[in-house]
Design a protein around this ligand. Sequence first.
Ligand SMILES: [Zn+2]
Length: 452
Amino acid sequence: MSIKKIHAEISRLKEEHLEILKVIVRQKSISTKGEGVRECADLLKGIMEKGGISTTIFETDGQPLVFGEVKGKSPEGFTVLFYGHYDVQPPEPLEKWDSPPFEPTIREDRIYGRGTGDNKGQLITHVLAVKSYLDTVGSLPVNVKFLFEGEEEIGSPNLTKFVQEHRELLKSDLVLTSDGPLHDSGAPLIAFGVRGVMNFDLHLDTATMDNHSGNKGGVIPNAIWEMVDFLSTMKDGKDRVLISGFYDDVIEPTTHERELISRLSYDPEGLAKIYGVEEIPLKKEEFYSRLLFKPTLTINGIKGGHSGAGTKNIIPCEVTAKMEIRLVYDQDPEDLMEKVKKHIQMHNPKIRLTREEEDMRPSRTSSELDISKAVIRAVEKGFNETPLIYPAMGGSLPDYVWTKVLGVPSIMIPYANADEANHAPNENLKLECFYKGIHTSAQVINELGKTF
Ligand SMILES: [Zn+2]
């Protein structure tokens, strides 16, 4: 019965909730410039405390983390941790905004402003759900924790270390993240995993300078040709990677995961238009199994020689290929890197491999766990619509921090509209999405309480 009262309370407080969202959107928190981030953390702490959540700010080597906690009916019982980020992308180019990025503005059925969708508007739904729960029934059926970080938009450089050092504080049975958009059709979706990503550069020098391609043509090596030859040893003509052991730890989708894929929509003609390609010659199962369950080896770019206007008859002396691997569960970046190095040793040991960015490991949670089933039921009730279940997603997020570092299941339930324009001018959140998010978060807490 009480959940009905809670939903009624959430509906009654619509305007008040929207005002709270406006307050945090108004506060800049641009992590890449460090602008206003700490002020936003303080503001968020204040909002959480007013909602009955005991809140602490934790310092890191970068921006602070905001941690909140509400104990449920039995402190030893089930605990759900909501993760989100309160930092935002820079708003530029400013002239492309129809209203100022840090002055939240309602137009038609949306709120516009930097961070409305990504991620302030989504993380605050969890806070408001807990607040409504407490205001209505006075207690929660499960323990709830919150961890909101201020550096997601710059790659979460301090998150892993914080989680490693605060296992007891963050101890929970499930991590829930609401970030990113709903399905294009507006249907809710739930994602149970992501691919990982690792980047590396391949460099090759074949001489100390570019040489005349006539005077020395045919007698000295060409760096770009050598690199092209090497790159072609990495893959066959059928898109299969030839690095020995590359597919060793690739786990095939389960029968249940295949079944989930078969329920997803697939419109290859429509997608081809969106992607700007002539066609997508893949059947549905092949399309999704490649996108969600198979690793990739991608050449992001090749730099070297002369590529400007006109001719320049040289034998280029150096080349760099920028490479990327998307990893799937249960591939390990360190292991794969060793395999790439062995491949280099075997085919062209003069090539040097360098890495600048940190790896992001892949992550997956089974959608067949009782926890997963409870969340699926709750989302269906919260949205009043059957959610699409993605056993994994093609893209990469630091979800492994929860599944592999903290060691708990992690589920992603995006609440924003598909055209939220995150990272772009006129970022927005449909009010309907915002309100449905609050209802859904309350429903999730309720469902977990009933189940565990
Ligand atoms: Zn973002």
